[in-house]
Structures are given as C-alpha cells and as structure tokens.
Design a protein around this ligand. Structure first.
Ligand SMILES: Cc1cc2nc3c(=O)[nH]c(=O)nc-3n(C[C@H](O)[C@H](O)[C@H](O)COP(=O)(O)OP(=O)(O)OC[C@H]3O[C@@H](n4cnc5c(N)ncnc54)[C@H](O)[C@@H]3O)c2cc1C
Length: 330
C-alpha cells in the first residue's frame, strides 16, 4: 500500500532511500536544508574491501556490493550515465606486518602483489611494497545532482528545513547526517561524528592509491582528490591549514605530488557511531518518526543495502538486522 513519506535530508542516505522507496510505489517527498559540512559533498566515493591497518574485509561486504550493483544498474539506466566504476587500488603497505597480513589473506578482491621496486617504477615510494585490490569509485556528487533533478522534475524535492507542524500527516524518515546530534527525537543515540578535510590537487598521476590516505584521480581533468583527516571536535570549523599539512605529510608515498598546486580544499562531517554500525529504525514512542543514519566513513558501500532492508521494513514489516536496528540501544 502506498504511504505518504517525507525524507528529511538529501545526502547519500536520503537520496538512495528515496529512490528505493519510489521503486516500491511509495509516495515520497524529500526536503533538504542545503546546510554546509554535508559528508556527501566531500566524499571521495572510494569503495575499498580492505578496511583499516589490519586490512579486514567487513562481513557484509559481498552483500553490500550486490545491493550497490543492483541499485546503480537501475539508476544508471534512468540517468543514462555511470556513477559506479570498477577500479584497481594500490594499497601501500605501511609495515612488514601489513605485508604479511596481505600475503596470508585469501580473497577474490586481491589482484596482485607489487614489490618496492615495481612501486618505484610507478612513481610510488613503498618500502614494503603494495597490494593491488579490486575496488570501486562512486561519483557521489554526480549521483546527488542527478537525484535532485529527477526528484524536482516529479515535484518531490524542496529546499527546506524540517518543520514538525507542516508534516503531521506523513511518515517522517530523518536522514540528516551528523546533524542528527541536533535532532531532539533521536540525539540520545550514541553517535560519534568526525570531521574530515579533502583536497583537490593538480595531479597527472592516473593511479588510485592509498596507505590510509588516498589519491583518487578525478576523471581526465588533471586533478586528483586526496585525503582525508579525522577530528572529533570543532566539527563545523571548516577546512584547516593543519589538515592540509597532515594530508601532504601522509601523501609522501607519491613524492612527485609534494609541491602540487591546490585547486580546492573542502571539509565535511561523517555521521559515525560508537559501535561503527548504522543506526536505523523506528522511534520507540512517536510511531510516525524513523531514523536512517550513522553511515560513518563507509556510506558509499553500505547505504544501498541498508536502504533495501529499510524499504522492506517500511513496506512489508520485515525486521531490520539487529546490529543496525536502533532498538539495540533501548
Ligand atoms: C572527508 C570525507 C570523505 C569521505 N570519503 C568516503 C569514501 O571515500 N567512501 C565512502 O564510502 N564514504 C566516504 N565518506 C562518508 C560518506 O560521505 C557518508 O557516509 C555519506 O555521505 C553520509 O550521507 P548522509 O546522507 O548520511 O549525510 P550527509 O551527506 O551529511 O547529508 C545530510 C543531509 O541532510 C540535510 N539536513 C540536515 N538536517 C536537516 C534538516 N533538519 N532539514 C532538512 N535537511 C537537513 C543536510 O543539508 C545534508 O544535505 C566520506 C566522508 C567525509 C566527511
């Protein structure tokens, strides 16, 4: 049965959820306050199977990728444009233990191992070598622009702040990113937002590479995105010189970029959570209020699967996975 649904926030979470609900015949409206510091506007769109210094693969990574490929196959057909692209990512080892961990891993996402001298031939400084992994690059900003145009053309998008008196006859889903900390109905939940800076620099290096800090070529524009940083205080203070210095210091694995010109410098805030899982579900008392948030630093990988699960929950009453359900904190 079609329900009247309002989505508050048109970052990746709100936009993907809106299209997922529309596909199932729901009557969806989306509002966005176009506030600064949104995570989606600065996201590098890297989808990397190997997470953190221990190169762990998240247990649901295969399911996440299945959901991504399914979701973007439909969207890209409508848009007549590609948003998700398969890439090879050079994962630079920071220590011998990391290299040993890589060698011991059995994974279909592992492509090959590169010696320090082969890295050097590619202009990379890597004392312990590197591993080439199958990864993806997602054009977050391109997708958000397409989504806004598509929703606007159907009269479903509006630039506005949420006003509770205006939407009393709608089921409301809050997708406000880190601004959930200002949401009086859900800010009791254990969010852990983190600010991050990203630079766009002049770079002719065509390689996608990361040692925790990544270098992502930006099409054929002679630019690359590099970043990012982590800060848990002064979330809304914007880009800083300290972050800029930190990014260049950690980018020493590409020596030719040490004096690269900066084209732009942006910052945004990730809506992380204390247990690193999303927080989604229904308000315990206000039955028409829902939350879809907490995608932290991996939203590009995890949101399509969570949106699929949330859509099943709203339209068919199928329970949410317990490790994502906000009920785990009640
Ligand atoms: C520096 C940086 C780099 C990143 N790189 C990657 C990466 O490479 N790969 C990856 O997977 N993830 C990455 N991420 C994380 C990813 O960007 C996020 O997980 C994802 O964008 C979160 O989307 P969101 O919709 O939850 O939040 P947001 O993008 O912050 O969107 C929230 C939206 O809600 C709106 N809003 C807020 N309050 C209201 C209100 N009351 N009324 C109306 N509208 C409201 C805001 O204007 C905003 O548009 C990165 C994040 C940062 C900060």
């Amino acid at each position: 049965m079609s329900q009247d649904i309002l989505i508050v926030g048109h970052g990746l979470a709100g936009a993907i959820l809106a299209h997922s609900l529309l596909e199932r015949g729901q009557n969806v409206r989306v509002i966005d306050s176009c506030s600064p510091h949104s995570a989606t506007q600065v996201s590098a769109g890297l989808i990397n199977p190997f997470i953190g210094p221990k190169l762990n693969i998240p247990t649901d990574f295969d399911n996440c990728m299945d959901a991504n490929l399914h979701f973007y196959q439909i969207i890209e057909k409508h848009a007549e444009k590609k948003f998700l692209q398969s890439i090879d990512l050079f994962r630079i080892f920071l220590a011998v233990t990391q290299k040993d961990r890589w060698n011991a891993l059995a994974s279909p996402y592992k492509k090959k191992t590169i010696s320090p001298s082969q890295c050097s031939d590619s202009g990379l400084l890597a004392t312990y070598g590197a591993g080439v992994t199958k990864a993806w690059k997602f054009d977050s900003q391109g997708f958000i622009n397409f989504s806004q145009k598509s929703l606007s053309s159907q009269g479903r998008f509006q630039e506005a702040n949420f006003d509770p008196m205006r939407w009393t006859d709608h089921l409301v889903i809050f997708c406000e990113g880190y601004r959930v900390i200002k949401n009086q109905w859900f800010n009791m939940l254990p969010f852990a937002p983190a600010q991050g800076d990203v630079l766009s620099i002049e770079s002719s290096k065509g390689l996608h590479a990361s040692n925790g800090t990544w270098h992502m070529p930006d099409g054929n524009k002679g630019l690359a995105r590099v970043g990012s940083t982590w800060r848990h205080e002064n979330l809304e203070s914007g880009p800083s010189q300290r972050a800029r210095d930190e990014i260049f210091k950690r980018l020493q694995f590409i020596p030719s970029l040490q004096n690269a010109s900066i084209n732009s410098h942006l910052s945004g805030v990730r809506s992380g959570t204390k247990d690193r899982n999303p927080i989604i579900g229904r308000h315990p008392k206000i039955k028409s209020y829902y939350l879809f948030n907490g995608f932290g630093s991996r939203g590009c990988s995890t949101i399509p699967l969570a949106a699929h699960e949330f859509t099943n929950f709203i339209t068919q009453g199928i329970p949410l996975p317990q490790h994502k359900n906000l009920s785990r904190f009640l």
